[in-house]
Design a binder for this molecule. Structure first.
Ligand SMILES: C[S@@+](CC[C@H](N)C(=O)[O-])C[C@H]1O[C@@H](n2cnc3c(N)ncnc32)[C@H](O)[C@@H]1O
Length: 384
């Protein structure tokens, strides 16, 4: 085993003209380098191995395939990354709530290992599934991906996206992306077909509770009823209610990828989807209860070392901030055997800004989404 003196001597072999350690030169000479220091591989413990160009990997890692150096970066609580339109973005953007596949691949790399199974019970046009396929060629290895989606159109789009991507990849001489296993139907029923403890990562983007759309529909109905009432010659004691016309929830229902200004559209979504997809919830409490019940059931399918990772944007509505991410996290924690481990922020620096509230009231321009990270409730062992 080399002592410290040896290590220093070894480092001094790779100095530049100023006598400083030259990491590039050391790398060129194929010596393992970590944080600018040459690693003496004889010093590594039995459970450690050096992965060329990536750093030291600890065989005890049950969370992912990342080396210590990569892990350090991956624990950053903010992902500040814009994802330019890619992966047949035009086609996928018909959905309006699509997630960038490369962002999904990044999260899959943080919370699963090669060969693991990833489930997305609200798959949409397949951000998670495509991300899992990318991991084969751009990560540490393929993940098996299963998706549930109740709208046939979104499944068709995912299949067309994959077909077109693979055509383009073939032309470029690149290996094809693996196809995910997409199942059509209601996730509450389809989850019964997934064996307990068989999923390593559940990565999803929940359908939203569209307060404003629902309220608007209700208001329009009341307006219609009220007008009908006066038509019938009845005294309508209730005044017709005008549909609210103000900016509703900040940016959370506008779609910057529609490119309504001059900046380059990015592969951003805000979780918006049609009222049809947004489900049947009338109140926020209904939505929360439904989501929590579903996550409690989904969790049976997740292995004890697994993670549940959920995209959720907050909203601004009627002069106040709707902390949907916090509400959802607490409700899921209180219903499902899950513990909130982190709230990551996906900040998209390229997202278009709109002027809300000026000059009278501060209304946030939402350029971030929350990514809630849960792990299964601890059964006796400490997460460190
Ligand atoms: C926010 S979107 C997910 C978008 C996805 N991340 C992507 O990249 O396309 C939520 C999806 O869940 C679907 N959905 C809602 N309720 C469902 C249910 N009970 N079962 C299956 N899918 C459902 C909606 O049709 C919608 O496509």
């Amino acid at each position: 085993m080399a002592d410290d003196g040896d290590r220093h001597r070894q480092s001094r072999l790779f100095t530049d003209d100023d006598g400083e350690f030259d990491a590039d030169r050391a790398r060129e000479e194929s010596l393992p380098v970590e944080d600018g220091e040459v690693i003496d591989t004889d010093d590594l413990a039995d459970h450690q191995r050096y992965v060329e160009g990536r750093g030291i990997y600890d065989e005890r890692n049950r969370v992912n395939d990342l080396t210590g150096k990569e892990w350090k970066y991956a624990t950053k609580s903010v992902i500040a990354e814009g994802y330019p339109p890619a992966v047949q973005h035009d086609l996928r953007s018909e959905h309006g709530g699509q997630k960038p596949p490369r962002l999904c691949a990044e999260l899959i790399g943080r919370f699963s290992k090669a060969g693991d199974t990833v489930l997305d019970p609200f798959a949409g046009v397949g951000g998670t599934l495509l991300g899992a396929s990318f991991c084969e060629h751009e990560g540490t290895g393929l993940r098996e991906a299963i998706g549930f989606e109740r709208t046939k159109r979104w499944i068709e789009i995912y299949e067309t996206v994959l077909e077109r991507e693979n055509e383009e990849r073939r032309e470029r001489g690149e290996p094809p992306l693996a196809e995910g296993d997409v199942r059509h139907g209601d996730c509450a029923e389809l989850i019964d077909g997934v064996p307990d403890d068989s999923v390593d990562l559940l990565l999803t983007d929940v359908p939203y509770w569209h307060m404003d759309e629902l309220e608007q529909t209700r208001n329009e109905r009341r307006t219609r009823e009220s007008k009908l009432g006066s038509f019938d010659g009845q005294r309508d004691g209730e005044t017709a209610v005008d549909a609210d016309s103000g900016p509703s929830d900040g940016d959370s229902t506008s779609e910057s990828s529609n490119g309504d200004d001059s900046s380059e559209p990015t592969d951003v979504d805000d979780g918006s989807e049609s009222a049809e997809e947004s489900g049947e919830w009338v109140t926020k409490a209904d939505w929360l209860a439904d989501m929590a019940g579903k996550f409690a059931r989904f969790t049976d399918a997740v292995s004890p070392d697994g993670h549940v990772v959920v995209f959720i944007g907050d909203m601004y509505r009627e002069q106040s901030y709707e902390f949907l991410s916090a509400d959802l996290a607490r409700t899921i924690e209180s219903t499902a055997p899950l513990t909130l481990a982190a709230n990551l922020i996906w900040y998209d620096p390229t997202k278009d800004l709109h002027v809300y509230g000026y000059p009278f009231s501060f209304v946030p321009s939402m350029v971030h989404q929350n990514v809630l990270v849960f792990r299964l409730e601890d059964e006796g062992e400490s997460g460190g």
